[in-house]
Design a protein around this ligand. Structure first.
Ligand code: 3PY
Ligand code: MG
Length: 252
């Protein structure tokens, strides 16, 4: 891995001290879109391999296309060592791990991100092994983050936040509304968000939240969220369909 693509302390420092990171969240599985997104110099790019259309090869290509121009986080498909290790081997600067409900699960995630003696990550990967000594030396800067997105996880928020080595808690509002049976903006939902933010604050762990548009992203950033979604390729594509509908209405 060439040195300009190695993880640096900057991402963790920015998460802790701000300003909020407005990431470009990519789900459509296109390395070409990742390359264009990087041209704008975003604070971070997120590649979503849980609900997005990425496979291992396109994920690896997208990280190559970004080529050190922005930190890349991968929202991995699940909590497995394989999902976490393959994203990091591709050169991601950190992972966002979905559906983490307990402090034990959180500790296992952190163990999967770091090499021994701290964790149990397996060494390898085409990109990272180009200069493995340099990569291993920088691996302490990898961001380990977990998603709180169920009622169970909200209950366990204090214990999850207190897990050593955790760099970010990321709230998944879609799943949280399903789990709580309460929509976004309702008192029950906002109380859950506030509880997670308080747990993060008490433990000194930044908290972020998924947002689907720039206005929501700015509002959540003003509330103190360390990472929000400023642009989302699915939403951008949907908004383009509104132009097609407008043309159909106005040109006929
Ligand atoms: C959620 O809102 O549940 C997410 O996981 C964001 O993609
Ligand atoms: Mg989710």
């Amino acid at each position: 891995m060439i040195s300009s693509r190695l993880p640096t302390p900057a991402l963790k420092a920015r998460l802790k001290s701000g300003p909020s990171i407005g990431c470009h969240w990519l789900s459509l599985g296109s390395p070409a879109i990742a390359e264009l997104a990087a041209d704008a110099g975003p604070d971070a790019i997120v590649i979503d391999t849980q609900h997005g259309l990425w496979d291992r090869s396109t994920m690896e290509s997208a990280i190559g296309a970004v080529a050190g121009r922005a930190p890349v986080l991968v929202r991995v498909a699940d909590q497995s060592d394989w999902a976490i290790g393959s994203a990091l081997d591709a050169g991601a600067h950190g992972v966002i791990v979905p559906m983490v409900n307990t402090a034990d699960e959180c500790a296992r995630v952190i163990g999967a991100v770091q090499y021994p003696p701290v964790g149990r990550r397996s060494g390898g990967g085409a990109r990272t092994s180009a200069d493995f000594a340099a990569y291993r030396g920088a691996a302490q800067h990898l961001v380990a983050s977990v998603m709180i997105e169920t009622a169970e996880a909200v209950e366990a928020a204090e214990a999850i936040a207190a897990t050593p080595g955790l760099d970010l808690i990321f709230i998944g509002p879609g799943d949280l509304t399903l789990s709580l049976g309460a929509g976004q903006g309702t008192p029950a939902f906002e109380a859950a968000v506030a509880k997670v933010m308080a747990a993060g604050k008490a433990a000194g762990v930044p908290v972020g939240i998924f947002t689907t548009g720039i206005d929501q992203a700015l509002a959540r950033a003003r509330e103190g969220h360390a990472l929000v979604v400023a642009a989302y390729d699915v939403a951008v594509t949907r908004s383009a369909t509104a132009q097609v509908r407008r043309f159909q209405q106005e040109a006929s």
